[in-house]
Design a protein around this ligand. Sequence first.
Ligand code: GDP
Ligand code: MG
Length: 169
Amino acid sequence: DQPNLDYKIVLLGDSSVGKSSLVLRLCKGKFIENLEPTIGGSCVIQNIEIGEREVKLKIWDTAGQERFQSLTPLYYRGAKGALIVYDITNSGSYKRAKEWIRELIENGEQDAKIVLVGNKTDLETKVVEDITAQKFADKNGLEFFTTSAKTGEGVSQVFFALAQLLVGK
Ligand code: GDP
Ligand code: MG
């Protein structure tokens, strides 16, 4: 029999980088221009097929606590996967993403799979070059993707890649 493929994954990153919008895009296929910062926080379940297996992702999004730097390790405890999101038009959010990655590597689950995500590729005012993030990801053994929650570009690929990493394919 197939084991139960059921994983907690978390989204981490500065406020306003688009974490909740990525979840909304994945689960509902839509985008909301001025999403309330407190929307999210609930655990959303998404099933993804990897080959013949069904992977259940229990996606934890914050309810805006990251705005007050009040995310505790409880939030990512037990998480086997993490999407660390930054906004490609905001260098501070990239710096913060790197800090989150360090924190997860130090305090998170031993075998947690981490994916770095540069969001808002639909915007013209990019300040964080992809090559910079790609090099950081390579150095730390992470995967790197760029997305737009607004257009949907790259979004399903990110979650699919994470699901693949989780099942070890
Ligand atoms: P969170 O605080 O990280 O959860 O960010 P939100 O999902 O609440 O998004 C913050 C703001 O950025 C909202 O106004 C979103 O509509 C907007 N936003 C999120 N993703 C994108 C994107 O890919 N492109 C653009 N242009 N705006 C986005
Ligand atoms: Mg949010």
